[in-house]
Design a protein around this ligand. Structure first.
Ligand SMILES: Nc1ncnc2c1ncn2[C@@H]1O[C@H](COP(=O)(O)OP(=O)(O)OP(=O)(O)O)[C@@H](O)[C@H]1O
Ligand SMILES: [Mg+2]
Length: 428
């Protein structure tokens, strides 16, 4: 019997087209996006918090449209315009694009994604002599247009021409262009215009945001196309989080199972974030597998102890990735999170001075004067803490973080404050 392989049970990366079996929930969001894209003129915006599952959703959507996906059947989804055929272009996102032009340059020259323009149409472009003709007429190569400064007008001209060529070759299918990580684009002014003006393709724009305005500055310009196409992704419910763990048990042929205590804790701490569930599960299995020889036949029932270990490991991984990505001068985002991290790590409630010391020790350059107010309120205002922890019923009132972990840290603080005993109860 083969050994248990953590990567086969949990999937701590974007779930692309052939990873559909790890994907759960989102039925109504698919329904909405598919219905809307069934219209001839449609644009879709997918937004939500960091790590909530936007890219995975977008990838599953692309492969559903491409007719190569099992989620569609498994979730018994319906689709308007069944007879319609789609072709999707989904490049790997560009690195910190400055403007819409940089995004287009990336779409034109990106090659690593399985749905990149070149991967999908490269052979046909050759056959049509398109590579040569672009080179001849415009003096640039489609292969490296992303690295050349060719000017916005030319870029748009070539982009439109390419889309027209694809469309002309397949007049009956609908072209859908995906743009992921739109929140990383310095200036998204013009994206709405682009969505409106390009009529041979529909766009699906994806990014971190509370509203569509966070990822498409001039979204109003897209007008009717976007109406009905706003898909806000919320957390998964706890049954769906549970399905992630059930699925893993099944894939291990039930050699790995989870106690109900583990599952209850996992559901609480994941707070709806699939990112957390996949990583927690992955780390748990990893810690078990480490204690066995490769190929050894064993079964393991994961409980409280494994949960604890994995939770710490996930936080370690998360901190590392944060340190790479976050600009700590961005106070609104990073400041509160860092404070919450310090508070949550502490084994007992800290005073303001102790928190300040901790923050200085952790070498975050957060201007102390600016955080004072937040800090004061956080420590002294229990209702703020509840909002931060996402436990407030009134969603208007909820303090929103761009990343999920801040919330789970905060949940722990709430637990600490409510005492050891109730802390245990709150998990079950
Ligand atoms: N519906 C789902 N079911 C199960 N796991 C999921 C689901 N959606 C996402 N995941 C998992 O959650 C994690 C984060 O997913 P993803 O990268 O798609 O999120 P994101 O919102 O695009 O993140 P970011 O804000 O960093 O771009 C991945 O580990 C992925 O495997
Ligand atoms: Mg993403």
């Amino acid at each position: 019997m083969p050994g248990v392989e953590p990567r086969h049970l949990f999937f701590p990366k974007i779930l692309k087209s052939d990873e559909a079996s790890h994907f759960f929930g989102r039925e109504s969001a698919f329904g909405q996006a598919l219905d809307h894209l069934g219209n001839d003129e449609a644009a879709v915006a997918i937004y939500g918090e960091r790590g909530i599952g936007k890219s995975s959703f977008a990838w599953q959507l692309a492969s559903i449209l491409d007719d190569s996906n099992s989620v569609f059947k498994r979730s018994k989804l319906q689709r308007v315009g069944r007879e319609k055929r789609y072709e999707c272009i989904f490049p790997s996102p560009a690195n910190k694009p400055k403007s819409i032009s940089s995004v287009i340059a990336n779409i034109l020259s990106e090659k690593t994604s399985e749905y990149s323009l070149h991967a999908r149409y490269g052979q046909r472009f050759q056959d049509w002599g398109l590579y040569d003709s672009i080179q001849k007429r415009y003096g640039v190569s489609l292969h490296d247009i992303g690295f050349k400064n060719v000017g916005d007008d030319l870029l748009f001209t070539i982009f439109k021409e390419i889309l027209h060529e694809i469309k002309n070759a397949n007049p009956r299918s609908s072209l859908v262009v995906f743009i992921d990580e739109a929140d990383e684009i310095d200036n998204t002014d013009g994206l709405g215009q682009l969505m409106k003006r390009i009529d041979v393709a529909n766009f699906v724009v994806v990014g971190i945001g509370d509203t569509v305005g966070d990822i498409i500055q001039d979204h109003a310009s897209a007008g009717r196309k976007l109406i009905g196409g706003l898909v806000e992704l919320e957390g998964l419910n706890s049954n769906q989080i549970g399905e992630i763990f059930d699925h893993a048990s099944e894939r291990s042929n039930r050699r790995i199972t989870f106690t109900s205590e583990y599952l209850a804790r996992a559901k609480t701490v994941c707070a709806g974030f699939p990112w957390f569930a996949q990583n927690l599960g992955y780390q748990s299995v990893l810690s078990v597998v480490r204690n066995h020889d490769p190929g050894e036949d064993f079964t393991a029932r994961l409980g409280r102890a494994e949960f604890r270990l994995a939770l710490d490991a996930v936080r370690g991984v998360y901190q590392q990735s944060l340190e790479k990505r976050i600009d700590f001068t961005e106070l609104e985002v990073a400041g509160p999170r860092e404070i919450i991290r310090v508070l949550a790590k502490a084994r007992k409630p800290l005073t303001d001075t102790e928190i300040s010391k901790e923050l200085i020790r952790s070498e975050r350059r957060i201007p102390m004067a600016k955080i004072d107010n937040f800090l004061y309120r956080l420590v002294h205002d229990a209702s703020l803490l509840t909002k931060v922890a996402g436990k407030s019923g009134d969603s208007e009132d909820r303090f929103r973080f761009r990343d999920p972990i801040a919330r789970t840290f905060a949940l722990e603080i709430v637990d600490q404050h409510s005492g050891e005993e109730s802390s245990d109860k709150s998990f079950s």
